[in-house]
Write a protein that binds this ligand. Structure first.
Ligand code: FAD
Ligand code: DLZ
Ligand code: SF4
Length: 517
């Protein structure tokens, strides 16, 4: 390969989830010489049928970011989705840009998804010029840190990784000890929402001209994708994302810890932060998010259980799932250790299952491209786990329907945490629960056509008979898992006729849902 000419331009790539001024691909950029390439491509909008709000969010953030770069004097070659010459794929657009600019080299930041990384690695040979793929330095842990921590361990528990991250970053530490003496205040974070407590509404972001143009384009180009555009309210610039973060820290973080696991009728966002889209496309950095939460705690504005609970999500879970994804790929998503093969029921796309908790989660997913963690894990995820739905179909659904979904974060959460399809790499036991859990954490059951107290017969809650059918179906798989001793004990003590009746009910229910369109 010829040596790059220092006078020739570098072509610097910015992908849709890389809208960060501090992106490694933009370090040492010479505005007088270099060109930044940004590409709106159909292939990225349709490799799963993304929610229209997700597509609109990314295209709007990209256009705003390009404008911000241009205002700093940077030359941006911006390819629009409706450009007639657009080949609609990353490789085709990079090749066209190389022909246009004749760069000495191409500089990219590693992408968030394995399939894109594979594609990028073929460019040097295909294009005949050096391609430098830089680390994504926006995370708090580099991939080497995770690899060193994970290497040789039988179990990769988030809690221990999180402690390492606390030590390494100093967040919520008093010297070498955790703030307040404990690493984790989760036990204080399991309250249902009391009657009369109304969570403050998140701030509104009126769509500007760019967002309006993009939403019209998305409505025209992707009319068949699941999801409505009318509720679009995502920050699309770093300034808007910071405003959203600040309002969360002031108005909702103080109660985030207490109601982190709550479910509530008509309350889509509760005390959650809604920062995942901004973090995942680079409008916010995890360090500034954790620092803002810690500062609020140190100033006495939020209790420790809230600050710790929130920082654990960002510093712990988010960094952990990213490390796990790259540590286990390729192949992580291909396992199916519980042998789940049922097709995804059509009601995941319609929200008409008749189960109130499910329909609430799916309905708000359609309207907002958002559901909070407990809805994703303990409602739609739990149902898919209990019903034995094919992990690949569930993974595709989660990747398609949420505005914050990128494979590096979606796959471990779906495959490992919700479905236990990785055989316990991520979670020491399946997150399986009956209707009693959903009833304890929220108020959907009171208005459901099913009776959460019943496990068999007319009107029995499907989560109840599916739960026991699941435990019975996998009793042997879980026999040696000490964390499953309690449900297995319950199973042993259960009257055989009761178990048999629940399993018949489960069989009929699953047959019915599988045969529905
Ligand atoms: P908050 O509850 O306010 O949490 C604060 C932040 O912590 C989040 O913004 C997020 O960045 C981080 N966080 C919290 N939990 C996790 C987690 N388990 N993994 C990684 N980061 C976490 N999150 C995504 O960002 N993208 C996804 O595609 C995604 N898919 C999921 C699929 C399933 C089946 C499950 C169970 C969880 C998934 N999550 C995903 C994690 C979590 O549900 C979302 O991050 C969260 O609901 C986003 O809303 P929020 O910003 O209001 O979060
Ligand atoms: C998700 C997405 C969508 C919908 N559209 C684009 C796009 O048009 N151009 C782009 O650069 N990126 C897009 N993305 C984000 C990419 O899919 C993402 O960068 C890869 O999945 C790697 O994480
Ligand atoms: Fe969900 Fe069962 Fe409660 Fe209905 S009764 S809301 S299906 S848990």
């Amino acid at each position: 390969m010829p040596r790059p000419d220092p006078e020739s331009p570098c072509l610097r790539l910015v992908l849709g989830d890389q809208c960060s001024a501090s992106l490694s691909a933009l370090e040492d950029l010479d505005p007088a010489r270099d060109v930044v390439l940004m590409m709106e491509v159909r292939g990225e909008c349709t490799y799963v049928p993304h929610h229209p709000q997700k597509i609109a969010l990314i295209l709007s953030a990209m256009r705003h970011f390009a404008r911000a770069l241009e205002s700093r004097g940077v030359r941006v070659d911006y390819i629009r989705l409706d450009d007639p010459a657009n080949t609609q794929g990353f490789s085709g657009e990079v090749a066209r840009a190389v022909a246009r600019h004749k760069p000495a080299r191409l500089i990219a930041t590693e992408p968030g998804e394995w399939r894109v990384r594979q594609e990028m690695e073929g460019w040097e040979a295909a294009l005949g010029l050096p391609v430098e793929i830089r680390d994504d330095t926006r995370f708090l842990a580099d991939l080497g840190f995770f690899r060193r921590w994970a290497q040789g361990k039988k179990q990769l528990r988030m809690e221990f990784f999180y402690r390492e991250m606390r030590r390494a970053t100093g967040f919520l530490m008093q010297g070498s000890e955790p703030e307040g003496g404990a690493w984790n205040y989760d036990a204080e974070n399991r309250k249902p929402l009391p009657k009369g407590l109304v969570p403050p509404a998140p701030p509104r972001f009126a769509p500007d001209g760019i967002t309006q143009e993009v939403t019209a384009l998305v409505a025209r180009e992707f009319p068949a994708h699941f999801g409505s555009l009318s509720g679009f309210n995502w920050p699309v610039t770093a300034a808007e994302a910071r405003r959203a973060l600040d309002s969360f820290i002031t108005e909702r973080l103080p109660r985030f810890g207490d109601y982190q696991d709550a479910l509530a009728e008509g309350e889509a966002t509760l005390f959650h932060s809604l920062v995942s889209t901004s973090l995942n496309i680079g409008l916010l950095l995890p360090r500034e998010v954790c620092a803002a939460a810690e500062a609020a705690y140190r100033a006495g504005r939020v209790p420790l259980n809230a600050a710790e609970g929130f920082i654990r999500q960002v510093l712990g879970w988010r960094e952990y799932v990213r490390g796990l994804y790259w540590f286990k790929m390729p192949g992580y998503g291909a396992t199916n250790s519980l042998g789940a093969h049922r097709p995804l029921p059509g009601f995941y796309w319609r929200g008409d299952s008749g189960m109130r908790c499910m329909d609430a989660a799916i309905g708000q997913t359609r309207d907002l491209a958002y559901a909070h963690h407990i809805q994703r894990l303990m409602v739609t995820g739990n149902f898919a786990l209990l019903a034995g739905i094919d992990p690949l179909q569930v993974q595709e659904w989660y990747l398609a329907v949420y505005a914050d979904a990128f494979e590096w974060v979606e796959l471990p959460n779906t495959h490992g945490m919700a479905l236990h399809a990785d055989g316990g790499v991520m979670a020491s036991k399946p997150y399986a629960a009956s209707g009693a859990y959903i009833n304890r954490m929220g108020n959907h059951c009171a208005r459901c056509r099913y009776d959460v107290k019943r496990a068999t017969g007319e009107g029995a809650c499907p989560f109840n008979f599916l739960y026991w059918d699941f435990i019975a179906r996998h009793a042997e798989d879980f026999a040696t898992n000490p964390r499953m001793a309690m449900p297995l004990n319950g199973l042993r003590k259960m009257a055989p006729e009761k178990l048999a009746a629940m399993r018949v009910e489960a069989g009929k229910f699953l047959e019915r849902t599988s045969s529905l369109p």
